[in-house]
Design a protein around this ligand. Structure first.
Ligand code: SF4
Ligand code: SF4
Length: 322
């Protein structure tokens, strides 16, 4: 469902548990063991927890969340994580200095590890985000707990800067809370301390939603507040609407946008679309917007709603490739 580095995350829900007290069969596409302060916890203990988890989870993805005041234990942890094809996540509690952080990331990446950084939004200025985007960091894990509904906007801000993939740790009480974060560009939503039955149910519901929709974290339309991936649904920029501002953010002129969309659609089912507003499905709206013109055009070429959204997903990725 989502590939990052050497990880294959088959469900957009991740669960996080303290290494002191974990149920090895934790649900979700990624299970992160939290709390390894390598100033206090020996690497051998961390590795033995990891092996125990891997025994239960088989090929499903696992992560280790670490911090340390010294670089060498972090580098050793990165080598262990890489050997076990496991995510290594840095926590900032002992890595406060941004200069150290920005030097540490390339050193850890040189160990071949898939790397995440867990960070609170108040620690993540635009300038730092920009600098992180220039590194090979694989994931930014935004800790959005306690923000009372502001989380999706923060995810959108990071997503629109087009850096590493985003994981969002938030207070999720229902399916819609997770969907709101995914629809603004999070690839994964993580839960800490959630009721295991709820986490299990949510992972199952997300699997079902993905298999029906074809694009589990599909964005909203740009004019409905969606992130830049929503350009995949935009019509040609012929009127004064939100698309112009979005194109500015994406660093594309309206002419380049039209040219790029048409060339990406060429030879794909999105090129078709007789009878639609602009004669091609490449300009058509999200599947959830009811439209008998688009649906008739799709029916004529035998394209299902799920396939249509899978094509829009690919289109969004290719449109925004730097
Ligand atoms: S081009 Fe269409 S979908 Fe895009 S922002 Fe404008 S009105 Fe909305
Ligand atoms: S035909 Fe329907 S889906 Fe396509 S652009 Fe027009 S309103 Fe949107």
């Amino acid at each position: 469902m989502f590939e990052v580095g050497y990880l294959h995350i088959d469900n957009p829900i991740a669960t996080i548990s303290s290494y002191h007290q974990f149920a090895p069969e934790g649900p979700g596409g990624l299970f992160i063991l939290d709390g390894f302060d390598l100033d206090d916890v020996p690497l051998a203990e961390m590795e033995s927890c990891l092996l125990k988890i891997k025994e239960h989870r088989g090929r499903r993805s696992v992560g280790l969340s670490v911090t340390c005041s010294l670089d060498e234990p972090l580098l050793a942890a990165a080598r262990i994580a890489n050997r076990n094809l496991c995510l290594l996540e840095l926590r900032l509690s002992k890595i406060r200095d941004p200069v150290r952080l920005l030097e540490l990331i390339p050193s850890l990446k040189r160990c071949g590890v898939t790397l995440s950084l867990r960070i609170r939004p108040e620690e993540l200025s635009d300038a730092l985000l920009q600098r992180l985007n220039e590194t090979e960091l694989d994931l930014i894990h935004l800790d959005l707990r306690g923000l009372n509904g502001a989380g999706p906007k923060i995810v959108k801000r990071a997503k629109d800067m087009r850096g590493p993939a985003i994981m969002a740790l938030a207070d999720v009480g229902e399916f819609e809370d997770a969907k709101a974060l995914l629809s603004m560009g999070a690839e994964v939503v993580s839960l800490r301390g959630a009721d295991p039955d709820f986490a299990e149910w949510l992972s199952g519901a997300m699997n079902e939603y993905d298999s029906l929709s074809g694009w589990c974290n599909a964005p909203k339309h740009i004019c409905a507040g969606g992130d830049l991936r929503g350009l995949a649904y935009c019509c040609p920029p012929v009127k004064h609407c939100a698309v112009l501002n979005a194109l500015k953010k994406a660093g594309m002129t309206p002419e380049e946008f039209v040219k790029k969309k048409l060339s990406l659609a060429k030879g794909t089912p999105l090129e078709k679309g007789d009878g639609t507003c602009f004669g091609s499905l490449v300009w058509c709206c999200k599947i959830t917007k009811l439209c008998y013109l688009r649906d008739a055009a799709m029916a004529r070429i035998g394209l299902s709603g799920k396939e249509y959204m899978e094509l829009k997903k690919k289109l969004a990725e290719d449109l925004l490739k730097k």
